[in-house]
Design a protein around this ligand. Structure first.
Ligand SMILES: O=C[C@H](O)COP(=O)(O)O
Length: 247
């Protein structure tokens, strides 16, 4: 199995979070992109501010590495209108794939109308522009029943609103990788959480992200049915795969 073709290689820290400048952040994104080009990695996943520069970088090198970005990152609490504005700009800047953080706080408060509205309007925008839409549900913030319920609802909203579309271009994604847990609880993709998502996603695809660090774990998730893995350790993961397979 060539894991690289399943990977979204991710760098999502803001300059302030990393304690570096904007130009240093752009350089990190360029380095990540060059790694992706050199190693057959499917996509890079970066902050919206850097999409246009990275798209240009990829085009200048005649590469088909895909550019993904995040919307409403990382808490998902901004309004539907703000998500639409951010997503429209990312599409204009050249993003191929948009990973939205769903308003899981609104879901937890029972405001399903708001969550459905943002899902439908933002996914519609992506479909109109032939972009992949991924919806991060932040499984560390949910219990097992809520993971199942929210995944099922997203799948149903997609079937009801976009019956003519290729529903496998819409993803449910596990985690931002930025959620703060306590007591050593994992903040990202767990096998248990991913299994629940896969069992309830219907025709939608599933992306595992957050804390995926070994080729063994990535392979196991792909074998389970995951279509994409988001990780900030993409290169290490590929190198370890090569080493363990004796290349
Ligand atoms: O969307 C991808 C995540 O931010 C990746 O999380 P990670 O840094 O734990 O690999």
């Amino acid at each position: 199995m060539n894991i690289a073709q399943y990977l979204d290689s991710t760098y999502l820290k803001t300059p302030a979070q990393a304690g570096i400048s904007e130009s240093e952040t752009l350089q990190k994104d360029k380095d990540l992109t060059q790694e992706a080009i050199d190693n057959g990695i499917f996509a890079v996943m970066i902050r919206p501010d850097y999409v246009s520069e990275i798209k240009k970088y990829i085009q200048e090198r005649n590469s088909n590495v895909v550019v993904g970005t995040v919307i409403g990152f990382h808490e998902g609490t901004c309004s539907v209108e703000e998500k639409l504005t951010e997503a429209s700009k990312a599409i204009r800047d050249g993003a191929d794939e948009l990973d939205f953080v769903i308003n899981y706080n609104a879901y937890l408060k029972g405001d399903l109308e708001l969550v459905e509205r943002e899902f439908v309007q933002c996914t519609q925008l992506c479909i109109q522009h032939h972009k992949i839409a991924k919806w991060i549900i932040e499984i560390a913030a949910l219990n097992d029943g809520q993971i199942a319920d929210l995944t099922k609802r997203i799948s149903r909203w997609a079937e009801e609103n976009f019956p003519e579309s290729n529903l496998s271009d819409i993803f449910v994604k596990s985690s931002t990788g930025f959620y703060e847990t306590t007591g050593g609880k994992p903040n990202g993709a767990t096998f248990e959480g991913i299994k629940i998502m896969l069992d309830h996603a219907g025709k939608l695809s599933v992306k595992a992200a957050g804390g995926v660090r070994t080729p063994e774990d990535a392979k196991k998730m792909i074998d389970m049915g995951v279509k994409r893995i988001g990780t900030s350790s993409a290169l290490a993961l590929i190198k370890n795969q090569s080493a363990s397979e004796g290349y």
